[in-house]
Ligand binder design. Structure first.
Ligand code: SAH
Ligand code: DHB
Ligand code: MG
Length: 222
């Protein structure tokens, strides 16, 4: 059992349980056409993010790392009436493709895409002093995970959920001596979480069309 089975099961589950819509499928086709890397969340995680948003009645969602807008579309479809999703993307080409995909999905009224390095955009968001976010999805450059997590804590409230993608990476996360900056970013994030009394967290390992990976889910408890 391995990658072939994981992908086949994902296809099966996608058709009978997850049921993505045409705009989601189209966003993947358009992103591939535009040459974007195919590193979006697998459909099972996209749907999970949407269900989380719905179950908590999310009015404000923050995403760090838009790519072609696939996960943003999943989550924006789970927003409560009048809700808003803000998504941050550094790469202008990715941002353009995402913006078209979001418009095509009929979500441009609910989604604000901020182009630029996320750490700068986060400063600007914080300066605005708007309502805190109910749900935060961190999925950009992995070495900056600790910084993004610290920002997420500043911009949320008790009861908010913070999800961080790609925290297992084929199991490389257990290698304390890894030379991979992304792995070290995840390990520093875990140290931060361990020492942070304001969150209670878990990490779920996953297999999918994207291989063996996982995500961390943290609930803001204080
Ligand atoms: N969340 C997307 C996938 C994001 S891939 C989905 O599941 O559909 C990671 C994205 O983060 C890439 O598009 C990359 O350009 C962007 N990124 C990387 N470093 C960044 C930074 N410092 N600021 C903002 N975006 C960044
Ligand atoms: C990478 C980034 C992601 O967000 C992802 O889901 C998979 C891979 C990467 O930068 O390699
Ligand atoms: Mg990811």
């Amino acid at each position: 059992m391995g990658q072939e089975t994981w992908t086949a099961v994902e296809e099966y589950v996608k058709d009978c349980v997850i049921m993505p819509d045409d705009a989601l499928d189209q966003s993947l086709a358009k992103s591939a056409e535009a040459g974007l890397p195919e590193i979006q969340v697998p459909p099972g995680l996209g749907k999970m993010l949407q269900l989380l948003a719905r179950s908590m009645g999310a009015k404000r969602i923050l995403e760090v790392g838009t790519l072609g807008g696939y996960s943003a579309i999943w989550m924006a479809r789970g927003l409560a009436e009048g809700g808003k999703l803000i998504t941050l993307e550094r790469d202008p080409h990715h941002a353009k493709v995402a913006s078209d995909n979001i418009t095509h999905a009929g979500l441009s009224d609910r989604v604000e895409l901020i182009e630029g390095p996320a750490l700068e955009s986060l400063e600007q968001i914080a300066a605005k002093n708007d309502d805190p976010f109910d749900l935060v999805f961190i999925d950009a450059d992995k070495p900056s995970n600790p910084d993004y997590f610290a920002w997420a804590l500043k911009l949320t409230h008790v009861g908010s959920i913070i999800i961080v993608d790609n925290v297992v990476r084929d199991g490389e996360v257990i290698d304390a001596n890894s030379k991979d900056e992304s792995v070290q970013g995840v390990r520093r994030l875990n140290e931060l979480i361990a020492a942070e009394p304001r969150v209670s967290a878990t990490t779920i390992q996953t297999v999918s069309s994207k291989g063996y990976d996982g995500f961390t889910m943290a609930l803001v408890v204080a």
